[in-house]
Design a protein around this ligand. Sequence first.
Ligand code: PEP
Ligand code: MG
Length: 570
Amino acid sequence: MNIFLGISAASGINTGKAFVIPEPVQRIIPQFPIKSQDVEKEWTRFVKAKAKISQKIQNQLESLSTESKQDKIQRELFETYLLMLDDPVFLKEVKDEIEDNPFNIEYILDVKTEEYAGRLRNSGNDYLTERAQDICDIFGRVLNELLGIRPFNIEQVPDGAVIVAKEMNPSDTIILSKRKIAGLALIEGGISSHVAILARNYDIPAVFGLERITKEVHTGERLIVDGTAGEVIQSPDATTLNDYTVKIEAEKQHKEKILLFRDKPALTKDGTKFKLYANIGTPEEAKLALEEGADGIGLFRTEFLFMSESSETQVRGRSMSEEEQFEAYRSVLEIMKDKPVVIRTLDAGGDKIISSLDLNTEEEKNPMMGLRAIRLTLQYPQLLKTQLRALYRASVFGNLKIMLPLITSSEQVLKAKEIARQVREELESENIPFNKDVPIGIMVETAAAGITADCLSKVSDFFSIGTNDLTQYTLGVDRENISVAPLYNEFHLAVLRLIQKTIEAASAENIPISVCGEMASKTDSVMVLAGMGIRHLSMGPKRISYVKEIFSNITIDELQAISAKSLNNL
Ligand code: PEP
Ligand code: MG
């Protein structure tokens, strides 16, 4: 038995067999001249590798269902891949190149693929630009085959496994969460990282900061993930396993007990009312939100929608078209009926890299400070325009509110609103129905937004405080970085004062205010927020009943005393 100590990223306890995810191998392309009499041999290697990949795609194609929409998109992609693998023009270019310039086939293929992709990217045609990534993906697979690289395939992870890895990206976490994994045991990742948020949303116990775990644990070994204590136990002895079985059972019973809160309103002991909304990342989660008794959706992170279509380790999906987005938004609005649904425009960038957007942006040294969220969509306004068209078209199916992420100035809000106005004008001229009064609000999640909340309240229909980024940007502490995790303090006076300032600004302008960061779902912090006057809180669907239970045991005076203490903690 061996105990690894880390930090708690998602509470809860579970046990399962370890699945150790290998670290990705970087593709290094060798480059050397070959004799002209060896050209034919190199070409045959290429043809064989290509045939192998073609066969694999054919097999994957056959395993797809004809009914599912997701599978239909995947099918189209595989069919495109097969056509590309046999594209006579490209194959002739590769053949001519190796004959004129005899080098190893990996080098020739890499150069020609890049050249071809570059031509497509610069074609000025949206469809062809998107194909550039496809050509890199499919011939990248052929290159891997030639180089003997076997990339890890997330599909290999069995249900019920505990994932042991150096780090995870949010898109793989989404895929795994649908596979009922038992827990996450990672070396890297911050407690407010999106992987941690996803783990909490999907009720997957998670512990981060577990040094050496990938070296010392082997696939198949039994692990206990104690997400509450921040520990992982390798090959537990009989007594420990027994103790934990009792704890897991107690947790199950508590979960059953709080189920009683699902259909009850959120009230303090003395009757102060709260509205509790759900944070979601996919349309299916809207059903879960309803089941868990949510008063609406307080935050739909639409970037996860784009991500579930793409993963570094899987076949890359396509960027979401207007139609696909419209279907996703409509489905959430219909599920929630007349309950409010706050849909946030794309918050890509930072740790949420969406390869399918294929924007050809420079690699950033400081992505969290870089071209993220509203900055990215204002730089590529077509992205925002497509999303707003889909949102407005969906607006007639429910109670929609649009939210802009990472705002730092009124100018950004006005620019986004101008694009929204153009979209409304276009839809009107096309006779497409939409609700012209959809409120457009902002996330207050930067120090700049908190300090200038009085100005922003004049151009925004509502505020939602994103405490995850507010904490990160106010304290200058990377929410992803485990080394500075102890400094990531949501109760820091600077953070609390910015929240207070934002509440005051919203109240002066009489606009609604809510909190959708993780502070809204954690026991200590939700009490402070409630005491400060926040009445609308948005959180992972599974947390709603927990928060109702907390409120049911306390009075509003007690909550106010708790926040006064935090605010006076000089
Ligand atoms: C936040 O920053 O608090 C927030 C809710 O947004 P995200 O976690 O998606 O950055
Ligand atoms: Mg944020």
